[in-house]
Design a protein around this ligand. Structure first.
Ligand SMILES: Nc1ncnc2c1ncn2[C@@H]1O[C@H](COP(=O)(O)OP(=O)(O)OP(=O)(O)O)[C@@H](O)[C@H]1O
Length: 283
């Protein structure tokens, strides 16, 4: 199993160990988007988007509001189909995979995840085990144990019976992450997973994602955290990729100005990663 909250249990890392206990671990996927385009009602939202996430890599998707990050994530998850181009998982087109096969390999954490507010936290996490449940079978005791463990590792032991509607924004985000992790995906797609988290939980989560054996694509608004924790970054602007590569290649003052209309100074932090300092508008 996988844990990420520093107050929780052990961590599964690239070497497949979880607090000293060997686990099978994921088979990290190679994800490729090949020149994909997508639009709604004749309005083009994504154009000629190419993206590669190598097995085990953590890829950050950046871009201003409305640049197409969430739309791209939905296409990468197979929740929507591109109008042109292909999304490939280990060189197989997503469109050739069954819904069940997809749900065993890809877990998605979107911004409006759970709509049934009457579910308990434990029931929400158990949704992540549905792809493994034989048809018509009830919930297995092993899955309940796994879900309880995942909640504990998200720092939410004791929250099992709490209704979703009573959880804080950050607690909901952590429950939904636990749901995605019990899915034991080979590819984890996360849409702004840090937006409700306090700084400690943001750092714990990003550290976990960067160490995880699973391939991760994560949308982020914080350029410095993206630079610190991602192996590669993809910067979108108006539905197109304007830069892709190592953080230092993508996060240049010119690109930040072009995409975000913000002036910034970039220096190199002690860890060798770029650090962005924003200038006040007008200065
Ligand atoms: N189903 C849809 N119908 C119409 N327009 C859509 C639809 N989905 C997305 N859009 C539009 O596509 C553009 C990209 O949206 P998207 O949510 O992908 O952006 P984003 O980069 O994730 O933005 P944010 O940072 O604000 O979350 C936006 O202008 C949005 O209004």
């Amino acid at each position: 199993m996988t844990g990420w909250d520093a107050t929780g249990g052990g961590r599964a890392t690239r070497d497949g160990r979880d607090g000293g206990r060997h686990v099978a671990g994921p088979r990290p996927a190679l994800l490729r988007a090949d020149q994909i385009g997508w639009g709604v009602a004749g309005v083009r939202i994504l154009a000629e988007v190419a993206l590669t996430a190598e097995p085990g890599a953590t890829v950050g998707l950046l871009g201003p509001n409305g640049s197409g990050k969430s739309s791209l994530l939905r296409l990468l998850a197979g929740l929507a189909r591109p109008d042109s181009g292909l999304v490939l998982l280990d060189d197989v087109a997503l469109s050739a995979l069954s819904r069940r096969a997809l749900s065993r390999r890809i877990a998605v954490v979107t911004q409006q995840a759970v709509t049934d507010v009457e579910m308990s936290a434990l029931e929400v996490v158990l949704l992540g085990r549905i792809p493994y449940r034989p048809r018509l079978a009830g919930v297995a005791a092993a899955d309940v144990a796994l879900a309880r463990h995942a909640l504990a590792e998200a720092g939410l032991a004791g929250f099992e019976q709490r209704r979703w509607s009573t959880l804080s924004g950050g607690e909901r985000q952590r429950v939904d992450l636990a749901r995605a992790l019990v899915q034991e995906p080979d590819l984890l797609l996360l849409d702004e997973p840090t937006n409700h988290l306090d700084i400690r939980h943001q750092l714990d989560l990003l550290q976990f994602l960067s160490e995880s054996a699973t391939t991760v694509v994560v949308t982020l608004h914080d350029l410095n955290l993206a630079a610190q924790y991602c192996d590669r970054l993809v910067l979108l602007h108006a539905g197109r990729v304007v830069a892709a590569g190592a953080p230092a290649e993508v996060l240049t003052a010119d690109r930040i100005a072009q995409a975000y209309r913000v002036r910034a100074d970039i220096d190199t932090a002690a860890d060798g990663r770029p650090r962005v300092r924003y200038r006040r508008p007008g200065s």
